[in-house]
Design a binder for this molecule. Structure first.
Ligand code: SAH
Ligand code: MG
Length: 213
């Protein structure tokens, strides 16, 4: 148990937003963020892969209660698996004028609906490009971007050097068993994190919370 609970109004915004974050895992993300704020006071949160803002609402709620901000990083063009013809494609996210996926308007509408505009700072760019110019301490990083092998590896390679001993790392879609899902987050992010000295402190569904031991 953490000292804060996810506010009901924000929970209902999260649960009515398109996305890939089950309720139980969102609640675990919220708890991890509240604990991260205690572990590394004053250090903000970073989210890689916001999509329509579903997970961002749990992180934003924790940030608001902790007096912090969330940087929500996404190029908003969708991952490989969100493109037309792939398993996780949603036609309603295609911009009719460009015929390309554009989740940014949906994301902004979610943040507006949640009244989290003062704590969520959208960064519309490629994850590793954002990492390359990053300057701030990271209290928590939630990695839920592209799940292709190269993209996941690049996320780990670009963000891991920016972690502090007090940072919390949360990874989504970690499947040790390949029958349950793709292995890239497990092999390209989770395992390298363990090799770097991070220790798993909790797991809920496919969500893993790690800290330096
Ligand atoms: N966290 C979301 C789901 C994220 S889906 C939820 O809770 O529902 C993955 C997102 O990562 C997509 O929106 C995609 O556009 C984004 N993404 C994938 N690769 C990226 C990259 N290299 N840089 C920035 N965003 C990326
Ligand atoms: Mg995910």
């Amino acid at each position: 148990m953490t000292k804060f609970a996810m506010p009901d109004e924000l929970k209902s915004v999260a649960l009515t937003t398109k996305g890939f974050m089950p309720e139980e895992e969102g609640d675990a993300l919220f708890d991890a963020a509240c604990s991260a704020a205690d572990r590394f006071p004053g250090a903000n949160f970073v989210e890689i892969g916001s999509y329509c803002g579903r997970s961002t609402v749990w992180l934003g709620a924790a940030a608001r209660l902790s007096g912090l901000a969330v940087y929500a990083v996404d190029h908003h063009g969708g991952s490989e698996e969100n493109q037309p013809g792939w398993e996780w494609h949603d036609e309603s996210l295609v911009d009719p004028s460009t015929h390309r996926i554009d989740t940014l308007p949906h994301f902004l509408a979610t943040i507006d609906r949640a009244h989290l505009g003062d704590v969520v700072r959208p960064i519309v760019d490629e994850s590793s490009a954002v990492a390359a110019r990053w300057q701030e301490p990271i209290g928590l990083i939630f990695i839920d971007g592209g799940h292709g092998r190269e993209v996941a590896r690049r996320d780990w390679e670009s963000w891991s050097p920016l972690l502090d001993e007090r940072s919390t790392l949360v990874i989504h879609d970690v499947f040790e068993d390949e029958r349950l899902g793709g292995r890239a987050p497990f092999e390209e992010i989770y395992q390298p994190a363990i090799a770097k000295g991070l220790v798993e402190v909790s797991r809920t569904g496919s969500l893993r919370v790690l800290q330096f031991g």
